[in-house]
Ligand binder design. Structure first.
Ligand code: FES
Length: 104
């Protein structure tokens, strides 16, 4: 699926991501600034924080309890559409998904 990250300054980065890869790995592979993925995707750092575009939030699924706890410690403000992108897996249903990258 195609994934687009929109940076705070309006710049867009779009990449084709293999099904099954998580969107933190995809961001790091495509040099998306501010998505760091320090813990490698094991839900212990919150440095993969993104805001899922409103049109995509429901499709991306909801954070589970552990992710919700980790969302308490994001560097940037937590919003209703905040997700930890290591917990979103690329699927065909998410083709076209748009993620907004916070300023940190
Ligand atoms: Fe650490 Fe997502 S990469 S919580």
């Amino acid at each position: 699926p195609k994934v687009t990250w929109i940076l705070k300054d309006g710049r867009k980065i779009t990449a084709d991501v293999a099904v099954g890869h998580n969107l933190m790995e995809a961001a790091v592979a495509n040099n998306v600034p501010n998505v760091i993925g320090e813990c490698g995707g094991c839900l212990s750092c919150a440095t993969c924080h993104v805001y899922v575009d409103a049109a995509w939030y429901e499709k991306a699924g909801h954070p589970d309890d552990m992710e919700r706890d980790m969302l308490e410690i994001t560097a940037a403000e937590r919003k209703p559409n905040s997700r930890l992108s290591c917990q979103i897996k690329a699927t065909d249903a998410l083709d076209g998904i748009v993620l907004h990258v916070p300023e940190i």
